[in-house]
Design a protein. Structure first.
Length: 165
């Protein structure tokens, strides 16, 4: 049996609001640290707390998603700040209903379903559309942004479930 291995990395990037929040937290931390140095003990404690919040925000706002196709499974991991990895899910090809571009007419029968949506894409609409929707076991809609090589690998295993129109 030949095993196909395809890996794809998608950067979600940092939103404008997150950038603003980062800058605001750094400025507040610096301001309270200055007040703490002057002699206000309470300001030093607030600066330490704000420093912890700033670190947490920096760790969780710069995210990437890694898709891995191996042995009839799609694995999705979230990489935070290029240092911490968190498993998001494993999806078996046999349990997949359909895998098609987000705006495909093949998804018309699935639009009225009440499903849980998991978005593992960059969140940006592009022309032409590069995001794909994967309906999994009737209860989940997973949005991915795979490369053409990734889609081709999945299509080789399940040609009747994968559409590239």
């Amino acid at each position: 049996m030949s095993e196909t291995y395809v890996e794809c990395l998608v950067s979600k990037g940092v939103s404008t609001g997150a950038k603003f929040l980062r800058i605001l937290l750094v400025m507040l931390t610096a301001a309270f640290a200055m007040l703490g140095i002057v002699g206000f003990v309470i300001a030093l404690v607030v600066a330490l707390v704000l420093g912890g919040v700033t670190w947490f925000v920096y760790m969780n706002t710069d995210t990437e998603y890694e898709y891995l196709y191996l042995d009839r499974e799609i694995k999705v991991d979230k990489i935070m700040n290029k240092s911490k990895r968190k498993k998001q899910g494993t999806f078996e090809i046999e349990r997949m209903e359909i895998f098609a571009p987000v705006n495909s007419y093949h998804l018309d029968n699935y639009k009225n379903r009440q499903v849980k949506v998991l978005d593992f894409s960059s969140g940006k609409e592009r022309q032409p559309e590069t995001r794909y929707a994967l309906y999994y076991e009737g209860g989940q809609k997973i949005i991915l942004e795979p490369t053409a090589e990734f889609v081709k690998a999945v299509q080789n295993v399940a040609p009747r479930k994968v559409f590239t129109d």
